[in-house]
Design a protein around this ligand. Structure first.
Ligand code: PMV
Length: 320
C-alpha cells in the first residue's frame, strides 16, 4: 500500500508580517502544493527522500541539514504511534521553495499526514497542525502558524495567532480569480521577519499604529470577500503593496511584476508572504485573467492561476 497526502501551498491576501506580531491576516490555499508518499519498510530504517532537493535522510544517523525539520516531525509521529518498524517518506513539490508560497508548511503538512496514515493513525486537523509546527518552528524561528493552518484546513481563512488562535473560514459569495507570479530570487523568511522586527523596535508607536490600521483593513477585506466586491479587494491589495514596500520588503523585480499586472487590468497586485523577492498575487477581473497571466509569464519564472477557495490537505491510499 502507498499512503499519499497532498497539501496545498498558500498565499497571503493581506496582513503578512503583522500576523507575526499578533495582528490579523487573510490567507488562502492554492491548487499547487506538495505530494508526500509513505510506506512501511520491512527493515527498521526510517528514510525521508526529497525528490526536489535530491537528498535522503536516514533517521537518526544521517540527516542532511535541509531535511532536519521534517525529520523532527517524523520522529515525533513515530513516537506518538509507538512504532518501531521501518518507514519511507518520499516528497515531491509543485511549488518553488523560499518563494512566499508556503512550501515548507505544505511539505510538513503532507509529510505528517502521509506518515501517520501509513502508521494506521488518522490524525485530526488540529494534530496535523501541531506536528507540522515542529518543522515550521525549526525553519522560521518565530512563525505565526498561518501557513500550516492554511495548508491543513484550506479555503480562505481569517487568522490571528496567540494563546487562543483565531481561524475563521471566509466564504466568498463568488470565486476569486488570482494570478500568482514568482520571481526566481530566493530569500529567507526568518531574515525578513527580523527586518520587520527591527523596524518595530526602532519605531514602536508607528508600528503599533500600523498594526491597528492593518486590523481595521483586514476586517474590511473580510467583508468585501463575503460580499464578492472583487474590485474593492484589489484596491486594498494595492494599498498593502505600498505599505510593505515602505517597510523595505519589496524590490525592483516584485515592483515590475506588480506594474505589469496593473497595466494588464488587474484590480490589485501585491507581494505575498515575507517579500524581499518571492511571489506576487494579482486579483483579476474574470475577462482579463488569461491576458494578465500571459503577460506575467513573459517576465516571471512561473505563473500559477488559482480560483479561490481551494481545498486543504487530502489523504488517500493506493494499492501497489
Ligand atoms: O514564508 P513566507 O514567505 O510564506 O511568509 C510567511 C508570512 C509571514 O507573515 C512573513 C511570516 C509568518 O510566519 O506569518
Amino acid at each position: 500500500m502507498r499512503y499519499i497526502a497532498q497539501a496545498p501551498g498558500k498565499v497571503i491576501l493581506v496582513g503578512e508580517h503583522f500576523v507575526v506580531h499578533g495582528g490579523y491576516a487573510i490567507a488562502a490555499s492554492i491548487t499547487e502544493g506538495v505530494r508526500a508518499e509513505a510506506r512501511k519498510l520491512a527493515s527498521n530504517r526510517i528514510r525521508i527522500i526529497s525528490e526536489d532537493l535530491g537528498l535522503t535522510a536516514e533517521i537518526p544517523n544521517r540527516i542532511p541539514r535541509e531535511l532536519s525539520p521534517l525529520a523532527q516531525c517524523v520522529t515525533a509521529i513515530v513516537k506518538r504511534c509507538k512504532y518501531s518498524g521501518g518507514l519511507e517518506l518520499r516528497l515531491k513539490s509543485m511549488i518553488p521553495p523560499s518563494a512566499g508560497l508556503g512550501s515548507s508548511a505544505a511539505t510538513a503538512v503532507s509529510g505528517v499526514a502521509a506518515t501517520s496514515s501509513a502508521l494506521g493513525r488518522r490524525l485530526s486537523s488540529a494534530e496535523i497542525v501541531e506536528l507540522a509546527m515542529i518543522s515550521e518552528k525549526a525553519i522560521h524561528g518565530n512563525p505565526s502558524g498561518i501557513d500550516v493552518h492554511t495548508s491543513t484546513y484550506g479555503g480562505i481563512i481569517l487568522f490571528r495567532k496567540g494563546p487562543k488562535i483565531i481561524r475563521n473560514s471566509i466564504e466568498p459569495s463568488k470565486p476569486l480569480q488570482l494570478i500568482v507570479a514568482y520571481d526566481e530570487g530566493r530569500r529567507q523568511t526568518a531574515e525578513l521577519i527580523s527586518k520587520v522586527d527591527g523596524f518595530r523596535r526602532s519605531a514602536p508607536s508607528h508600528f503599533s499604529a500600523l498594526l491597528t490600521a492593518n486590523n481595521v483593513m483586514v476586517e474590511k477585506v473580510t467583508n468585501l470577500i463575503k460580499l464578492g466586491r472583487t474590485a474593492d479587494i484589489g484596491a486594498y491589495l494595492n494599498f498593502y503593496q505600498a505599505i510593505l514596500s515602505n517597510m523595505n520588503l519589496s524590490n525592483p523585480e516584485i515592483d515590475s511584476l506588480v506594474e505589469s499586472s496593473l497595466d494588464g487590468g488587474a484590480f490589485g497586485a501585491k507581494l505575498t508572504g515575507a517579500g524581499g523577492r518571492g511571489s506576487i498575487i494579482a486579483l483579476s477581473p474574470d475577462n482579463k485573467f488569461k491576458k494578465i497571466g500571459k503577460s506575467l509569464s513573459r517576465i516571471s519564472e512561473r505563473v500559477i492561476e488559482v480560483t479561490l477557495p481551494a481545498p486543504g490537505v487530502r489523504v488517500w491510499i493506493e494499492k501497489t
